[in-house]
Design a protein around this ligand. Structure first.
Ligand code: ADP
Ligand code: GLC
Length: 484
């Protein structure tokens, strides 16, 4: 199949969270299966030194696009990914993507991704590439389905194209004031936008995608069920319910080329299920590195996360200090985000020197290291569309402690101490008592060495590889094609 994907992130070059991992792994798996997958991402300033060696493409240089009163010049470059032959297309437009971060707080943020969305379509046109599937990801590229039905509807190149929108997180919808409408060039399709929103002076990109994509997916079956209801649907549940069969959940996979302790090059020692001695080395070195008291017998809990409300950190900052006063364990936290959480973890580190370490920032190596060196991995999310770290944790023999929601519920199985089955601890209620119960239970089970070892082995044997999940996407893509 011919598949065009547009995304704001692509790991490891442009990543703030799981979106980057997922788009990179899914597209490369599609490519390996013999599909012609072409991914377009912005050529952010931070990618310039990534060694991608981007080359200009005939016919895709010196392009321009009118966005309201602004004429934007851009070109599309082609890069080759190290270790694979899938081409990666980079949207070069310094005035939009020459900024420090991936996302910005500037007034023209919407335009940066309108350009990406329309450039993905125009890239297909210039290449004469007629995609069977146009795969959009999150609000940033969610206008593509409407563009295909309006501004570009004249082009027979897209006669057989079906659009798929994957919602990685319904908490980010891309809501902008209605005046941006004048910059969208929707060719008279303005009446297709949600009219009540317009009356209230708002345009919601993700909502528009949900209304016009031929298929909407999200990243786990449980999250797909959850966002059909008001509690998790963030105002879009009603529209998702209307989609009926046209809305499905597919669990994300894990890229085991990147995330497997037997060959991970970012950790101090490799190990596998048969010989866990390397894991003990990772733990000792991690504790040294982070200034934690080195004690092989003391359980070490890890957190690697964007520090935002979704991730359940309000519970962590109240429950953990209480528990630290009465139970010996250590905590290693890596993340950045809202200052209220950064400050809370910095204070915790100060107060519990040697027991709590907080590394503020984004650090790929440390993320791998914490997965390998910790005994347990904590994700008490308020909501979690899929979550990747709990699946990484399982492979690293690091027992996940998670809230039973979204993809966490779909990938972690509750431990039964009587039978030794299960892979982690799940708690249901999002409250302090729930998290406290989960932590106390985990720390208690840890003391039973044989049982703990069995649980680690259970997790390490689980397989969440992308091969299986990619096949599910392909099935859906094919069904869409035959429904024409
Ligand atoms: P989300 O996409 O909501 O952030 P996921 O669990 O799907 O959550 O994916 C998070 C990804 O981002 C994981 O690969 C994780 O290791 C990575 N990550 C998050 N924060 C950091 C950080 N501070 N440093 C390095 N990697 C991080
Ligand atoms: C989002 C979600 C996360 C998911 C990721 C990749 O950022 O918060 O749960 O794993 O996207 O789909």
């Amino acid at each position: 199949m011919r598949i065009c994907m547009a995304s704001a992130e692509f790991a490891p070059f442009a990543k703030t969270g799981g979106l980057g991992d997922v788009v990179a792994a899914l597209s490369q798996n599609l490519h390996q299966l013999g599909h012609d997958a072409r991914v377009l991402i912005p050529y952010y300033a931070r990618i310039r030194n990534a060694g991608l060696d981007p080359q200009p493409i005939d016919n895709l240089a010196d392009m321009h696009m009118q966005l309201g009163d602004r004429m934007v010049r851009y070109s599309i470059l082609q890069a080759s990914l190290p270790g694979g032959d899938m081409p990666l297309f980079l949207l070069h437009c310094p005035e939009f993507y020459g900024r420090t971060g991936i996302y910005s707080q500037e007034d023209d943020e919407f335009l940066r991704f309108v350009l990406l969305s329309r450039a993905a379509i125009e890239m297909c046109q210039r290449m004469g590439f007629a995609p069977h599937i146009m795969h959009c990801n999150d609000w940033q590229t969610a206008l593509i389905p409407l563009y295909l039905r309006s501004t570009y509807a004249w082009d027979t190149l897209f006669a057989d194209t079906r659009s798929v929108l994957t919602i990685h997180n319904i908490g980010y919808q891309g809501m902008f004031p209605a005046w941006v409408l004048g910059r969208l060039h929707l060719a008279g399709a303005e009446h297709h936008l949600h009219q009540d929103d317009l009356k209230e002076g708002v345009i919601n990109f993700l909502k528009t995608g949900i209304m016009y994509a031929d298929l909407v997916t999200t990243v786990s079956p449980t999250y797909a069920r959850e966002i059909l209801g008001a509690e998790y649907g963030m105002g879009l549940d009603h529209l998702l319910r209307q989609r009926g069969q046209g809305f499905v959940g597919i669990l994300n996979g894990v890229d085991y080329n990147e995330w497997d302790p037997s060959h991970d090059e970012l950790i101090p020692a490799n190990y596998g299920a048969e010989d866990l001695s390397g894991k003990a080395t990772c733990k000792r070195k991690l504790m040294q590195e982070l200034g934690l008291r080195v004690d092989a017998g003391r359980p070490l809990i890890g957190i690697v996360s964007r520090l935002v409300g979704q991730k359940g950190l309000d519970l962590v900052r109240t429950v953990v200090p209480r528990l630290l006063l009465r139970t010996p364990f250590s905590l290693a936290v890596l993340g950045s985000g809202a200052s209220r959480y950064e400050d809370a973890f910095a204070a915790l580190e100060n107060h519990f020197r040697g027991q709590v370490a907080f590394f503020r920032g984004y650090n790929e190596k440390l993320a791998h290291w914490i997965e390998a060196g910790a005994d347990m991995f904590l994700m008490p999310s308020r909501y979690e569309p899929c979550g990747l770290n709990q699946m990484y944790s399982l492979r690293y023999g690091t027992v996940p402690i998670v809230r039973e929601t979204g993809g966490l519920a779909d990938s972690v199985e509750q431990i039964d101490p009587d039978t030794g089955s299960g892979t982690g601890i799940l708690f249901r209620d999002y409250d302090e008592a729930g998290l406290e119960w989960a932590l106390v239970t985990a720390l208690g089970l840890y003391r039973d060495e044989d049982l703990w070892h069995k649980i680690m082995q259970n997790g390490m044997a689980r397989d969440f590889s992308w091969q299986t999940q990619t096949a599910r996407y392909v099935d859906l893509f094919r069904q869409l094609g035959s429904r024409q």
